[in-house]
Design a protein around this ligand. Sequence first.
Ligand code: UD1
Length: 357
Amino acid sequence: MRVVSVVGARPQFVKLAPIAEAFARAGVDHKIIHTGQHYDPLLSDVFFSELSIPAPDVHLGVGSGTHGVQTGAILAALDTVLPSLSPDWVLVYGDTNSTLAAAVAAAKLHLPLAHLEAGLRSFNRILPEEHNRVLTDHAADLLLAPTDDAARHLANEGLRDRTVVVGDVMTDILLKVRDSVLDRTDFPTTAFGLEENEPYSIATIHRGENTDHSDRLEAILGALARVNHKVILLAHPRLKAWATQFNLPLTQGNLIGHDPLSYADLVCAVVNAQSVITDSGGLQKEAFLLRVPCTTVRAETEWEETLRLGWNVLVEPGDPIVEAVGRPRPSPTTATPYGDGHAADRVATVLANRRLN
Ligand code: UD1
């Protein structure tokens, strides 16, 4: 069985790592197409080298652009590349423009399409990720859902027959990497210039709805600067660009701007942190799995389980961020809504069993 994975953005490389390993164990003939949506070494190459992901077989090199330009460039390029690889399955990941473009390309070429991390919903139809995941789910032949909530969303949209709950592949890689960084307790002190045992939080803000509006971004950065301990802000290039444009410093008060981290460094930084403050989807879930309280600067989340279990709260920019970071630590839980760390092996089995041609 030949599976062609199409990836392009940082969170997709993290999901690809356990899949590539599981496919190698199962003897799957695996080809990787990198669209080039993310091209900065800190957003791309570092993940391939650190997580031992095989180098892409094809690199489309599309780079940045408006949603239409970026999605269209990937779609056009895949028209010749995908058939030349003769896949039994095209596997797409998550909710980025690379996901949607590859899904549309496979559907139009009549190639069997599987969607990993299917069924997540924010129910906010303004967000690009919501367009990408809804359209991809409805184009796909096989929906690999991470949670029971996700499977329920798919059933509500008439997609029950195409759905299999496999668990969350990010849990697979996170648990493995967490175990490998447990002895690196001096990393935060050294990397962020902190005093020994000084408390700190980790922040990431990269969504257009937060970065691209000066009032909103100013309120977020100002609140992070007022938290009562140091906040290390791992700055995505998009955040850096808008902050420069609006003349807003990423280092002010207790806030310290820092380059993005590799995956192992991020896990090490989070597992030793007081809290996480973010608008990322994946990091909310990673914080929960590492049992670090999370404050999410969004109106909704795709990972509702983290709210229900009390480890995540949604806040507006400004003082609510400071108040939420200062809340008491949630009650301990042993819940495992994101699976047992073996989702990628299940993906390999399901793809083999449900092969269409
Ligand atoms: C994309 C995904 C988002 C995901 C995020 C992870 C879409 C619609 N969004 O958002 O769901 O959470 O990846 O990081 O697909 N840039 C660089 N270097 C790069 C890549 C981007 O400088 O390597 C800058 C460019 O100015 C670019 C901007 O970041 O215009 C946004 O990049 P883009 O790939 O469009 O979306 P992300 O914000 O990264």
